[in-house]
Design a binder for this molecule. Sequence first.
Ligand SMILES: Cc1cc2nc3c(=O)[nH]c(=O)nc-3n(C[C@H](O)[C@H](O)[C@H](O)COP(=O)(O)OP(=O)(O)OC[C@H]3O[C@@H](n4cnc5c(N)ncnc54)[C@H](O)[C@@H]3O)c2cc1C
Length: 469
Amino acid sequence: MTQTPPQELLDKLIKIVGPNGIIEDEARGPGPIVRPHDTGEVAAVLKACNEARYPVVPIGGNTTMVQGTHRVQGEIGLSLERLNEIEEIDLASRTMTVGAGCILQTVQETAEENGLLFPLDLGGRGSATIGGNISTNAGGNRVIRYGMTRDMVLALEAVLPDGTILPMQGKALKNNTGYDLKHLFVGGEGTLGIVTKAILRLRPLPTSDNCAYVAVPSFKALTAFLSHMEAASAGTLSSFEAIWADYYEFITGELTPHKPPLPHGSPFYVLIENLGVDQDKDHARFEEILGEALERELITDAVIAKSEAERKAMWEIRDDVFQMVHIAPLWAFDISVAIGDMENYTVDLKARLSERWPNHHLMIFGHLGDGNLHVIVAVGDGSDETHHEVEAIVYDGVRKLNGSVSAEHGIGLEKRDYLSWTRSEEEIALMKQIKKIFDPNGILNPGKVFSDGKSYPHTPSPLERTAAE
Ligand SMILES: Cc1cc2nc3c(=O)[nH]c(=O)nc-3n(C[C@H](O)[C@H](O)[C@H](O)COP(=O)(O)OP(=O)(O)OC[C@H]3O[C@@H](n4cnc5c(N)ncnc54)[C@H](O)[C@@H]3O)c2cc1C
């Protein structure tokens, strides 16, 4: 049942953040959104809501793929947009201290201006915030080399529902002093506390970039090619984005503006990128590695980007998932299985979908080196019933192979009914106990991650929203 915040609570919140600190914004869901200026205000807002036992939903850039910021019961939104300061870049420690509301792209650009790299990169970079990236433990395009967001966070400041501020832990890479509590907030999806600040780990800025599309004749060759690239690239392989033929032919077909860098007709394509430090030498080595792969018949064709414009065009083919508007209604899934199980998984998925809906579309692409696939299914009428049927098919295969119903997007509202498909009863019971310790009154992002026994209508992800327009 939808509730509205009591006037007494709203008055308290206005006192804390000022009259301009509370807004209504339909684009981010119904009901008030509180916009504190600093950690102290975040703490005061949470304390007031906790005392009133009133639910709060943290909001970053709102690019969630799993309805993580969806407000369903009249919750107050808590936006971190005003905590968007870059406080410090420490060149010696190679760290950046940022407010949770800082936009990912701003962090990337600021690092680059200082000759360093913040390696996290994903399609939503222009809107997603560091706080949101941390809370979803976002992955993206360079996990194979630099890891997930978890691997890029050295320290965190977080606020608990009762207003307790947990201070930052320092910039050192090593800190083995008991339980590393920050990792509970990484991927915590705003259910344990609010991330207000972070110290991010920066890396040396690569100065050479070699990018190519290759055509691959079989799944066996695809995994062998990954091993070849990793072994031959001496740690410079930064992206290995596999694309199944259906998606490649669609995204470079008549309905979209993208031209195919390689002809259609191969079962698999891969977008690879090596980042290094010496353009001439690295380019020569890149050509050599691909030449060896051609000789060993791991790949059948390759095209290397010859300019920045060509490199960008190559990445657009991978990233421009919004073109799938042409095959709506559709649903997008983010799953993981071991690389060795991927072929069985995809073949079985195709067979099961074909049996049920002979005219379906199935598009697959993903961060193969991370065991992560994005699966797009377009069938039928777009109804909730069909959605559930498709979900059950997609996740059942994952469950059988001991994979995960979420590789990098989190659980949110969207996947909570499937959490138990790939996490054990014992694990979920422990997670719930942790939630109880951090948030005994259950005010933070209620109903997300764990089922609260209520059912909510599916709200489309950004991709599904675009596809439906
Ligand atoms: C085009 C596109 C491409 C994407 N590609 C990828 C990809 O390749 N890899 C990938 O991993 N993800 C991808 N995503 C999804 C990704 O998880 C999010 O874009 C991003 O990490 C979330 O950041 P946000 O600021 O938008 O968070 P929001 O969407 O606002 O919030 C996400 C979750 O975190 C919580 N939250 C937000 N801020 C805080 C905070 N400060 N403290 C506590 N909780 C908070 C919210 O309550 C919610 O549960 C993509 C999204 C889009 C739209």
